[in-house]
Design a protein around this ligand. Structure first.
Ligand code: ADP
Length: 464
């Protein structure tokens, strides 16, 4: 099959979260399974200079022969941030990504190779299925092309005022309740869901949740209507990158047999976060975007209780102003026990995964979550809320049943969080049980190979 990914973020070129990991890794796995894959993304400033393909795009290669095309436009993409400052969006985002989608479709014709599947990701590419179905309806070049739309986070829908509709370059009549309109505004996520041939999201549990009133962010009805062609496929982890035995960013490396090396990493981590050495209290770590989704309101409420316990916490992340300020305040208030680095830093992220004993992730909702999967691989035990992909990837530890690799909050509340932390630290102090826990955690595998096979089934279902 000839498959084209269209996405706003792709590693190693531009990343703010898990979307980039998926769009830079799944194509490589699909290529390994024998498919022809290309990727189209914007030429942001952070991409740097690339070889010119034509006047519309530059080009580079990943994997064996995956061509990555970068849509050029100085006005829209030569900016300091991918989306906007402090986690916000630039005010012209509808126009900006509308332009990107139009150019991506034109580029496919420039390349001139017939495409079986266009795989779109999140609202930034929601216009592509519309263009394919409407603007290119009679075009023989796209006659056999089908589109798949993957929801990575339903909370970000690309909602814009009605006035922006003409800038999208589609028939005005599409602004209606069944198609692109949402409570009087444009909704590009909805457009992607309605117009694509198949919709997927990034875990089976999240696929169930988003069809309910509580988690559907207003689109539950639209998703229920697509039930027969909507599937949750768990993200994989790239174990070539995330493997403590071969990770070039950590020293010493360790395998499940030598997991005690984590103690050395724990000491290193304390010095990175300028925390004093404590003999044997565990470190809880967090790596991720600092947004409400990741549970910072709960962390704020629970912090006093947490800080009374024999543990330290380190946070690495960037995000919303108010959470950055909150974390800095906590670090000042608890200098012995709470370390904070407000930045995006791959090296330190690897050190947190290796050096922390537990990984704190009380997400309000979690479409899939890669960080808990990474943490498990590094023997860093997740303490998580019972939602979305966390339910699909973590198993609550039970010493009597001799199974499990993490700890779930019994309820989404301060007491639920503190109870999970207490259970975790209780096991930490019992050497044998803790060693069991680490063994279970480090044995977990969610490979892209498995996920890619499901995606191929979806692509085949579209074409049949
Ligand atoms: P989301 O997609 O909601 O942001 P995921 O858990 O799916 O969360 O993926 C987050 C990815 O981004 C992981 O690879 C994580 O290591 C990385 N990441 C997030 N914040 C940072 C940071 N401040 N520094 C380094 N890596 C980060």
């Amino acid at each position: 099959m000839n498959i084209v990914f269209i996405a706003a973020e792709v590693i190693p070129f531009a990343k703010t979260g898990g979307l980039a990991d998926v769009c830079g890794t799944l194509p490589i796995q699909l290529e390994e399974l024998g498919h022809d894959v290309s990727i189209i993304m914007p030429h942001y400033r952070c991409v740097g200079s690339k070889e010119a393909f034509n006047e519309r795009a530059d080009v580079d290669t990943i994997g064996r022969n995956i061509r990555v095309y970068f849509i050029k436009n100085k006005k829209f993409f030569d900016r300091p941030y991918i989306y906007g400052e402090n986690g916000g969006d630039y005010p012209d985002s509808a126009e900006r990504f509308g332009f990107f989608c139009h150019e991506a479709m034109k580029l496919l014709k420039d390349i001139g190779k017939l495409v079986d599947i266009i795989h779109c990701h999140d609202w930034q590419t929601g216009l592509v299925p519309v263009l394919l179905r409407e603007n290119y309806a009679g075009d023989p070049f796209f006659a056999l092309t089908r589109s798949v739309f993957t929801i990575h986070n339903l909370a970000y829908q690309g909602i814009f005022p009605r006035e922006n509709f003409p800038a999208l370059g589609v028939e005005d009549g599409l602004f209606n309740e069944r198609q692109m309109e949402f409570y009087g505004k444009i909704n590009l996520m909805k457009a992607g869901i309605v117009f694509s041939d198949y919709v997927t999201t990034v875990s089976p549990q999240y696929a169930r949740e988003v069809q309910t009133h509580d988690w559907g962010c207003g689109l539950e009805g639209v998703l229920q209507a697509r039930r027969g062609r909507f599937m949750g496929i768990l993200n994989g982890l790239d174990y070539r990158v995330w493997d403590p035995e071969h990770d070039s960013l950590i020293d010493p490396k360790y395998s499940v047999k030598e997991w005690l090396a984590k103690k050395i990493h724990r000491d290193q981590l304390r010095s990175v976060f300028k925390l004093p050495p404590y003999a044997d209290i565990p470190i809880f770590g967090f790596v991720g975007r600092l947004f409400a989704q990741k549970g910072f309101d709960l962390i704020e409420s629970a912090m006093e209780g947490l800080m009374q316990r024999p543990l330290q916490i380190v946070f690495l992340g960037v995000g919303e102003d108010k959470y950055e300020r909150l974390l800095k305040k906590l670090a000042r208030k608890y200098p012995q026990k709470c370390g904070v680095l407000i930045r995006y830093d791959e090296d330190i992220a690897h050190q947190v995964y290796a050096g922390a004993d537990f990984f704190l992730m009380p997400s309000v909702y979690e479409p899939c979550g890669l960080t808990q999967m990474i943490a498990l691989r590094y023997g860093t035990i997740p303490v998580v809320s019972a939602v979305g992909g966390l339910l699909d990837t973590v198993t609550d530890f039970s010493s009597s049943k001799k199974k499990g690799d993490g700890f779930f909050l019994s309820s989404y509340s301060v007491s639920g969080l503190l109870e999970a932390v207490d259970r975790a630290t209780g096991v930490y102090s019992q050497k044998e049980k803790y060693a069991d826990l680490i063994k279970h955690a480090m044995a977990c595998r969610w490979t892209w190979e498995t996920s890619a096979k499901y995606y191929i089934e979806v692509y085949q279902a579209c074409s049949s």
